[in-house]
Design a protein around this ligand. Structure first.
Ligand SMILES: Nc1ncnc2c1ncn2[C@@H]1O[C@H](COP(=O)(O)OP(=O)(O)O)[C@@H](O)[C@H]1O
Ligand SMILES: [Mg+2]
Length: 280
């Protein structure tokens, strides 16, 4: 298997010095070139798992292997895209995107040509000389994606990359990301709390239970040959995932609200965006 996550356990020590298990016995096998999403309520350990794959955190137990090689530290084969673009404000779009290549001592002209190819893919070739503050949120996130892709990673690790964007911008970026995925064949590991987003983008949705985070169910997303899914199929898959998550959302609300908790399951209607809300 290409990316193999095997028996992962991870605990953190909280502010009161208690050890809390965040991830419990996580096992996932991911094929090269696939697009996998993780959904689950906030705090269920999605980002922690992504950081473990990135090599930014260490597991207490278990292994993560890429083509049979154990992940022990960050590497150029895995690049992370975060919710905040995290661009250097004093550098132009072109300079932000070529930054990593120049660090690797690639000749400047070659780096620029490569960056321009990728910036075309995210439709930003007209903005190479702009600075981040001159760009919209969606454009900044495109630069972040271009900066990641220019390094030619094998695995793109995306942690709620579109969560801060408005719905229209998000839809455009969904399409661009799918085009990029098909063109580059990069393996994408995508964390989101937006069920619709997970269903629209990925081939497989891993639904997490919380406290501790563990895999509750893995839902394959039906696909047509042309990649266009009838709304009824998408909606059905979304509803299936929401039903699986309902208990978990309840659990979080109960713990967070304590005695104030008075919601009933049937108050948890999905909104039109398939978003579980910012605090859950
Ligand atoms: N470095 C850390 N130190 C202590 N606790 C952490 C740390 N990172 C995450 N946590 C805790 O682990 C849990 C899972 O966090 P996280 O992986 O960020 O969840 P998610 O991305 O699903 O919202 C949370 O309760 C969070 O407070
Ligand atoms: Mg997170």
């Amino acid at each position: 298997m290409y990316l193999s996550i095997d028996g992962i356990e991870k605990s953190f020590i909280d502010d009161k010095n208690n050890k809390t298990k965040v991830l419990d016995n996580i096992n996932i096998e991911i094929e090269k070139g696939s697009f996998v999403s993780i959904v689950g309520p906030s705090g269920c350990g999605k980002s922690t798992l992504l950081y473990l794959i990135a090599g930014l955190e260490k597991a207490d137990r278990g292994n993560i292997q890429i083509t049979g090689k154990k992940v022990t530290k960050p590497g150029p084969d895995r690049v992370v895209v975060f919710q905040e673009a995290g661009l250097f404000p004093w550098l132009t779009v072109m300079e932000n995107v070529t930054y990593g290549l120049l660090l690797k001592k690639m000749p400047k002209e070659e780096a620029k040509a490569k960056a321009l190819d990728i910036l075309k893919m995210v439709h930003l070739s007209r903005y190479v000389d702009s600075y981040p503050h001159q760009l919209s949120g969606g454009m900044k996130q495109r630069v972040a994606i271009a900066r990641a892709l220019v390094m030619e990673p094998d695995i793109l690790l995306m942690d709620e990359p579109f969560s801060a964007l408005d719905e229209q911008t998000r839809m455009v970026l969904h399409k661009e990301l799918l085009d990029i995925w098909r063109k580059t064949k990069v393996t994408i590991f995508f964390v989101t709390h937006n069920i619709r987003e997970a269903v629209l983008l990925s081939e497989r949705v891993i639904v997490f239970a919380t406290r501790p985070g563990k895999i509750k169910e893995v839902i394959p997303v039906p696909a047509t040959k042309d990649g266009v899914m009838p709304d009824s199929v998408t909606l059905h898959t979304e509803q299936r995932i929401l039903a699986i998550l309902q208990d978990e959302i309840e659990k979080v609300l109960k713990e967070e609200m304590g005695d104030d908790y008075s919601f009933k399951t049937d108050h948890l209607h999905r909104d039109d965006s398939g978003d579980m809300g910012s605090h859950i």
